[in-house]
Ligand binder design. Structure first.
Ligand SMILES: *[C@@H]1O[C@H](CO)[C@@H](O)[C@H](O)[C@H]1NC(C)=O
Ligand SMILES: *[C@@H]1O[C@H](CO)[C@@H](O)[C@H](O)[C@H]1NC(C)=O
Ligand SMILES: *[C@@H]1O[C@H](CO)[C@@H](O)[C@H](O)[C@H]1NC(C)=O
Ligand SMILES: *[C@@H]1O[C@H](CO)[C@@H](O)[C@H](O)[C@H]1NC(C)=O
Ligand SMILES: *[C@@H]1O[C@H](CO)[C@@H](O)[C@H](O)[C@H]1NC(C)=O
Ligand SMILES: *[C@@H]1O[C@H](CO)[C@@H](O)[C@H](O)[C@H]1NC(C)=O
Ligand SMILES: *[C@@H]1O[C@H](CO)[C@@H](O)[C@H](O)[C@H]1NC(C)=O
Ligand SMILES: *[C@@H]1O[C@H](CO)[C@@H](O)[C@H](O)[C@H]1NC(C)=O
Ligand SMILES: *[C@@H]1O[C@H](CO)[C@@H](O)[C@H](O)[C@H]1NC(C)=O
Ligand SMILES: *[C@@H]1O[C@H](CO)[C@@H](O)[C@H](O)[C@H]1NC(C)=O
Length: 443
């Protein structure tokens, strides 16, 4: 699990800069990202020395290098005054934003401001400006990552700095950031708009051409209108601080879920005795060709997701606790998703916890406790680097009398995703997301 992270860091020259105490001090190695409070009365200047080479290159091309810059603030009543300040930020002497730290008190969360910034020189200057009497500016963290091929169309045509208003993972219950997002952009959970519900799917027809390289795990979750005749209305809280109209840049990601699925997609309904087709397109196969285990059940109470109503369980810790799936596209990497719905199938009211392995390497621990009656299925997803023509998923009992089971197993070949990472590493898999559909965001 560690390896892909390091490779990404090398490729993207990712920087995490802790706010240092002395002006001019910086660390272009990876430093642990932690909150530290720091008062500033003067400008703080950062020199992206680690990228001198890139800056030099970009000068030769007569173009600046773009950075995502993020400043973090956590007041936490560090001064004992219980008076979180409001102050201004400047980026290279131009107004960036106003920071209101009132929600970052004890028990609150850090506040982040992010800009996409076109470097004009080898230095980036962030200043904190006191604007209110007795309210002392402070900063807790400062991060930057150089970007290429992102936001190009808008950055090419403007000299302006982009100031992030929102970056939302609609339909997702998790906050997504690095390593899912190679640039450590933070995708927050979004409120589900009226007449919509959250859903999840393995996206269709991935290609590298998706604008601004969004993380796959963000695309897995989505919202859809409950009825095609209802519109989706999204609220955007634009900052009120600007008195003059400003241009804004919106990026939306849509998928046509009705189009036919990609070739090579497989969907296995574990424990089922008959194959079936859902929505005229998803063809669920039975699993007997893929496993030697022979204990299957139906859950006593049918629930909405048909493939969750049957399961295969593994009472004996033997070699048969595996699924071996011959891949139709062995050269491709795959997204693999396993689904679990306990539904008290064994009448013991004891949802088990157990481990999953992918090609004999640890994948994840599955805790099925929320998938009881009235609960929702649990899914685990991974990106799988193919090594041979077969993909092997094994279930491993790790607790006494807690018998592993599985309800569904799906996969889709992908290409051009994380290629630079996957090409240079022997790591078997890269965990994308483990989504608990019982999360509060999902209705
Ligand atoms: C920048 O911010 C300061 C203080 O908030 C304000 O007085 C000034 O008018 C702003 N300048 C521009 C160019 O918007
Ligand atoms: C900061 O935010 C809080 C809560 O939204 C608000 O009550 C307060 O007026 C804001 N402070 C300033 C100076 O805008
Ligand atoms: C960047 O800042 C350093 C230190 O303040 C200064 O010596 C250098 O000339 C600056 N470089 C540019 C390109 O402005
Ligand atoms: C999620 O999407 C699938 C496929 O489009 C659909 O069949 C299913 O009904 C959706 N689930 C919910 C809860 O709307
Ligand atoms: C969708 O909305 C239309 C128009 O309001 C209505 O006629 C139709 O019955 C609705 N369909 C569903 C599935 O609710
Ligand atoms: C299992 O595999 C055999 C040989 O490939 C095939 O003929 C058969 O249809 C498969 N059975 C199922 C249920 O898919
Ligand atoms: C486990 O395997 C043993 C020996 O094959 C068998 O006797 C026993 O019934 C199995 N246990 C279950 C729960 O199937
Ligand atoms: C894999 O998981 C097992 C059981 O959870 C654990 O004992 C083992 O140390 C793990 N192996 C690795 C390489 O992490
Ligand atoms: C499974 O999750 C539940 C609820 O979060 C928790 O109470 C329980 O301790 C977990 N079980 C294990 C073995 O981690
Ligand atoms: C895949 O698995 C099948 C059945 O277990 C086996 O016959 C075949 O040799 C395996 N192929 C590879 C490339 O490992």
């Amino acid at each position: 699990m560690e390896k892909p992270v390091q490779i990404l860091l090398v490729f993207l020259a990712f920087h995490l800069l802790g706010a240092a105490s002395n002006e001019g001090e910086l660390d272009d190695r990876l430093v642990e990202y932690r909150l530290r409070r720091q008062q500033f009365s003067r400008c703080r200047r950062l020199n992206f020395m680690g990228n001198r080479h890139q800056l030099h290159q970009s000068r030769l091309q007569h173009a600046g290098y773009n950075y995502i810059v993020r400043a973090g603030f956590y007041y936490g009543n560090y001064d004992g005054l219980s008076k979180p300040p409001t102050f201004d930020l400047k980026l290279d002497r131009e107004n960036w934003t106003t920071v209101n730290t009132s929600s970052s008190v004890d028990g609150g969360l850090p506040i982040y401001h992010e800009a996409i910034y076109l470097t004009r020189s080898g230095n980036l200057t962030v200043c904190l400006v006191q604007t209110r009497d007795g309210e002392v500016p402070f900063i807790s963290s400062l991060e930057g990552v150089p970007i290429t091929n992102l936001y190009e169309e808008v950055l090419d045509t403007t000299t302006a700095t982009l100031h992030l208003v929102a970056r939302t993972n609609f339909g997702g219950s998790e906050v997504i950031k690095f390593p899912d997002d190679s640039y450590n952009r933070v995708w927050t959970r979004g409120a589900i708009p009226p007449n919509c519900h959250a859903n999840v799917s393995i996206p269709i027809g991935y290609s590298i051409d998706i604008e601004n390289a969004p993380p796959i795990s963000m695309l897995l979750n989505y919202i859809e209108s409950v009825n095609v005749s209802y519109p989706i209305t999204l609220d955007v809280n634009l900052p009120l601080q600007y008195s003059t109209p400003l241009p804004a840049y919106f990026v939306f990601y849509f998928a046509d879920l009705a189009s036919t699925r990609v070739q090579g997609w497989w969907s296995i309904d574990c424990g089922s005795s008959s194959s079936h087709v859902v929505d005229g397109s998803i063809s669920w196969e039975i699993d007997t060709n893929y496993t030697k285990a022979d204990s299957n059940r139906r859950v006593p109470q049918n629930q909405a997701v048909e493939e969750m109503n049957t399961l295969r369980f593994f009472p004996n810790q033997t070699d048969n606790n595996c699924y071996v799936i011959p891949l139709k596209f062995p050269g491709f990497n795959h997204i693999v998703r396993a689904g679990f719905y306990y539904g008290n199938y064994d009448g013991l009211s004891k949802p088990p916890t157990f481990d999953l392995k992918l090609d004999r390497e640890n994948w994840t621990t599955v805790n099925t406790s929320s998938s009881v009656d009235g609960g929702l299925p649990i899914y685990h997803e991974a990106i799988y680097l193919t090594r041979s023509g077969n993909l092997t998923v094994c279930l491993v009992q790790t607790m006494d009398r807690e018998v592993p089971f599985i309800s569904s197993l799906e996969g889709v070949p992908i290409r051009n995703i994380y290629e630079e990472v996957l090409d240079t590493t022997t790591a078997t898999l890269h965990l994308v997301a483990s989504t608990n559909f019982g999360g509060s965001e999902v209705r």
